[in-house]
Every structure is written in structure tokens, then in C-alpha cells.
Design a protein around this ligand. Structure first.
Ligand code: AMP
Ligand code: MG
Length: 461
């Protein structure tokens, strides 16, 4: 039973909690906080760091997804900082914390259109007040302190005069010339926003490493952080490889196919707000591949290639990268799809060699390139995001490798449910385009039952 699961590294290890008939799950899913390990590191086979050990070396332990993500994070140092106007800061990562130089609200103010009064006067004045001749509106200065038994007409956002501690909405007022009384007896402090009740000047509002969203930008504006100091964004160059590729506007001849990875990888970068440009397609020839790596780093922090990294005769990239001086940090990750993925570094230039199969390319981008882009931006919570969901149907699973499957989410109920998409493999872009999540299946999973808690990587953004 799920409830009897022994305490372990994660409460979501469904391999230990397989039952056919489950009680309903009344509680919402708690968030997953970390990547579960695919399998424990085996000390006999130290972490692979040399691309000379190619993935086609059978019986050799390859890097796990967790290890690969850690290697990527370790290879990325955040870019320097720059000032940008708040109008351009959406999605940028703070390179300095922001604290407020003002209280918020900055003065005692009214939350309603109404009358400001001194609560203690209500009894004494018998509910009838002398109405001040002038009205206070937003932007006015506070005006004279309230006299005993006096009420002043205030608009939302108007500063309250000294002494006023309660506001009665205008709908509840009865006005007579020079006087005002009220249909209700308010509570002390009603509809008053006190200076500093939300933020006291000097409070730390946003830490360094926070990615700004619209609410964060509002907070930065409130705190006077204009322009805002953020990390520089990495520049990416995308290069596709393969003799078989033709541009999307061409009709492929026999044996050819349209390049879909190039446009997809550019779009994936741009969806994260990262500037990316495309290099001309690279043929499967040594000279072309050599030139690709010779130029790497001229315009980019990250070179993302597709194709040419697996075990075929024309998969020339890993060797060429090393000849060009790239240190191979991994080549081959225990995952499906995406096993041939390669990652290298020369100076500050990073290279991701994504497999050519379109879904493999997409999955590897979502995991590893995403991690790198976030880390290069100094994001304190670098992706990929991993979220929990309930599996909507049982699923036979084969193989030892950690697997990522296209899936659709159902968020209509109290819990997110996830349904795998039936695809035909890592070339099946039609299936991939129906998915809004990648269902993560840990290594060595034999079967998943309907109702199991699983984790997924969302595909939005
Ligand atoms: P590779 O990783 O180069 O062995 O390529 C694996 C498969 O992905 C082959 O069927 C290629 O034709 C296909 N492929 C490679 N590059 C692309 C691309 N840019 N767009 C679409 N399919 C590709
Ligand atoms: Mg190829």
C-alpha cells in the first residue's frame, strides 16, 4: 500500500508502491523537490568524462540524466551583469538583489471611496460628523489633521489626514449640508491601508538569481529598481548536420527530408527569450564539420548542433569537436530517447551535440540545453522543472534506461493527471506536437499502474 512505503529518498518512488486497486487520492500532490536518481553511481565505473569512450562501447556504464544535468550545471558560470529598463526585463534573471527604498503603502491611505474619520469619535459624535469642505483624492497631500468629530471625504488611494483611522464607504453615508452620518457602525481600521503594512523600507524583496515575472517587475518598480541589474543572456547558435536535409521550403527529393530540427531548436531558444541564430546547414563531411567547430564561439556562448553524434559512419561530430580542442564532458546518457547526446567545452564556449531524431533533439534540449541556458543566466532555480502528476492509465515499460515519453496533461480535476501519447518513436513529430509534457520514467521501471504518482517535465515555455 502506498501509505506503508518505507521512508526512502523520495515518497514518489512508485516502483515500491504497485497495487492494482487504489483508494481515491483525496489530497493534492505535494511538489517534487529534486530529481530522483536513475540509478546509483557504481564506484567501479567512475563518471565518464572522456568522449573517447563512445556510447557504442557496450557494457560500459554511461552517464545518468542526473549526472549529466549536474555536469552541465558545473560547466556553466553566470554571465556578467547589465542594466536593462524594466520594460525589457520580463524573464531576465537578477544579478543583484532588490530591496525597497520606500514603505509600501508609502502613507496611510484609503482603500475605498468614502469618509475618513476617527473611530473613537463615533460614540461621542453619535454617528454624525462635521464634513470637511474639501475632498481628498489620490495624489493630494494629506491635508490638515482631523479635528474632533470631523470626517473628510476621501477617494481610493488618497492619503489620510493625521488622526483618521477608519474609512466608511460612501454607499453607507447619509449626507446633509455640512454634516455626514452613517448607516453602519464600522470596525476600527476598516478600509484603511497603513503605511508599511506590506513592505517596510529596507526589506529585501527579490534575491539575486530570481527570474523576473510580471509580479516581480511590479515589485522592482515599486522599489525604484529602474533600470534593473540582470545577468547577460547567453547567445546561442544552432547548426544542423546531415547530407539528407533540405530547407523547409523545398520539396525533398528521394532520400532527402526537410530540416525540422533547425527551426525547432531556434524556437525553443526564443521561447526562453534567448537570442539564437542559425548557421548554414553542415554536411556530413570532415571538412565541413571541422569548419563548424573552428568557428564555434565566435558569435555564441552555446553551440547547439543536431545530428552526427551517434554510432554511424557519418557521425563525425564528437571526434571533430575533440580535435578542435573541445573537452568532452559527456557523450552518451542513459536515457531514451537521446542516448547519443554529447556535451563539450572549449574555453567558455559550450557545445551540445543533440541527436538528429527530432524528438530526441527536443527532449535533450528540454533537459540539458535548458539547464545550461538557465545556469548561464544565473537562475537560482535552473530547469528543467519536474512536477508530479497521477498516471491516467497503466503503462508497460521496458528497458533499463530512464525514459521520457510524450504525454498530455489533464488539469481539469483536483489533481493533474498525465496520459502518455502513443507515438511511433523518436522521429514521430506528429505525436510530439500533441504533447504538453514529457512523462519521466525512471531507469529499471517495469510497469506503471494507473494512479501511480509520476513526474513530468512541462513543455510550455
Ligand atoms: P543522426 O543523429 O544524424 O544519425 O540522425 C538521426 C535521424 O534524424 C536521421 O533519420 C536523420 O535523417 C534525422 N535528422 C537529422 N537531422 C535532422 C533535422 N535537422 N531535421 C529532421 N530530421 C533530422
Ligand atoms: Mg546525420
Amino acid at each position: 500500500m502506498r501509505g506503508k512505503v518505507a521512508p526512502g529518498p523520495s515518497p514518489y518512488d512508485f516502483r515500491r508502491s504497485r497495487t492494482k486497486h487504489r483508494p481515491p487520492h483525496p489530497n493534492p500532490l505535494p511538489p517534487l523537490t529534486r530529481w530522483e536518481r536513475g540509478f546509483d553511481p557504481d564506484p567501479r565505473f567512475p563518471l565518464r568524462r572522456s568522449g573517447l569512450e563512445t556510447p557504442q562501447c557496450q557494457n560500459r556504464r554511461v552517464t545518468t540524466v542526473d549526472e549529466a544535468l549536474a555536469i552541465v550545471a558545473g560547466a556553466c558560470s553566470p554571465g556578467s551583469g547589465e542594466f536593462v529598463p524594466l520594460a525589457d526585463a520580463q524573464g531576465r534573471v537578477l544579478a543583484r538583489p532588490i530591496s525597497s527604498d520606500v514603505d509600501w503603502p508609502p502613507f496611510d491611505t484609503s482603500a475605498m471611496d468614502g469618509y475618513a474619520l476617527r473611530f473613537a469619535d463615533l460614540g461621542a459624535a453619535g454617528g454624525s460628523f462635521a464634513e470637511r469642505a474639501s475632498t481628498a483624492a489620490a495624489g493630494d497631500s494629506p491635508g490638515l489633521p482631523l479635528a474632533a468629530g470631523e470626517a473628510v471625504r476621501v477617494m481610493t488611494g488618497a492619503p489620510l489626514p493625521d488622526g483618521a483611522d477608519t474609512v466608511v464607504p460612501v454607499e453607507e453615508s447619509l449626507s446633509a449640508p455640512g454634516r455626514v452620518s452613517f448607516r453602519i457602525v464600522p470596525k476600527s481600521g476598516d478600509h484603511v491601508r497603513r503605511r508599511g503594512e506590506s513592505i517596510v523600507a529596507g526589506t529585501a524583496l527579490l534575491p539575486s538569481g530570481r527570474r523576473l515575472d510580471p509580479a516581480g517587475i511590479a515589485l522592482a518598480a515599486l522599489a525604484g529598481a529602474e533600470p534593473v541589474f540582470v545577468h547577460r543572456r547567453p547567445r546561442v547558435v544552432v547548426a544542423v548536420t546531415g547530407n539528407e536535409l533540405v530547407a523547409a521550403e523545398k520539396l525533398p527529393a528521394a532520400g532527402q527530408l526537410r530540416d525540422s530540427n533547425g527551426p525547432m531548436l531556434l524556437a525553443l531558444c526564443r521561447a526562453r527569450g534567448v537570442a539564437a541564430s542559425a548557421r548554414l546547414p553542415v554536411s556530413d563531411q570532415e571538412e565541413a564539420v571541422r569548419a563548424l567547430f573552428a568557428k564555434a564561439g565566435e558569435q555564441e556562448d552555446v553551440l547547439v548542433t543536431s545530428g552526427g553524434v551517434s554510432a554511424g559512419d557519418f557521425d563525425l561530430l564528437p571526434e571533430a569537436a575533440q580535435r578542435a580542442g573541445f573537452e568532452m564532458l559527456f557523450h552518451g546518457v542513459a536515457m531514451r530517447p537521446g542516448k547519443p547526446v554529447a556535451f563539450g567545452r572549449r574555453g567558455t564556449t559550450l557545445w551540445f551535440g543533440l541527436p538528429g531524431n527530432p524528438v530526441s533533439s527536443a527532449v535533450c534540449f528540454r533537459l540539458f540545453v535548458r539547464r545550461a541556458l538557465d545556469a548561464l543566466e544565473g537562475d537560482a532555480a535552473p530547469g528543467p522543472t519536474l512536477l508530479p502528476a497521477r498516471l491516467a492509465r497503466s503503462l508497460p515499460v521496458r528497458g533499463r534506461r530512464e525514459t521520457y515519453r510524450d504525454a498530455v496533461l489533464d488539469r481539469s480535476g483536483p489533481e493533474t493527471r498525465i496520459l502518455p501519447v502513443d507515438g511511433r518513436g523518436s522521429h514521430d513529430l506528429a505525436a510530439h506536437s500533441r504533447a504538453d509534457a514529457l512523462l519521466r520514467i525512471p531507469a529499471d521501471t517495469e510497469r506503471l499502474e494507473e494512479g501511480d504518482v509520476v513526474s513530468y517535465v512541462p513543455l510550455e515555455g
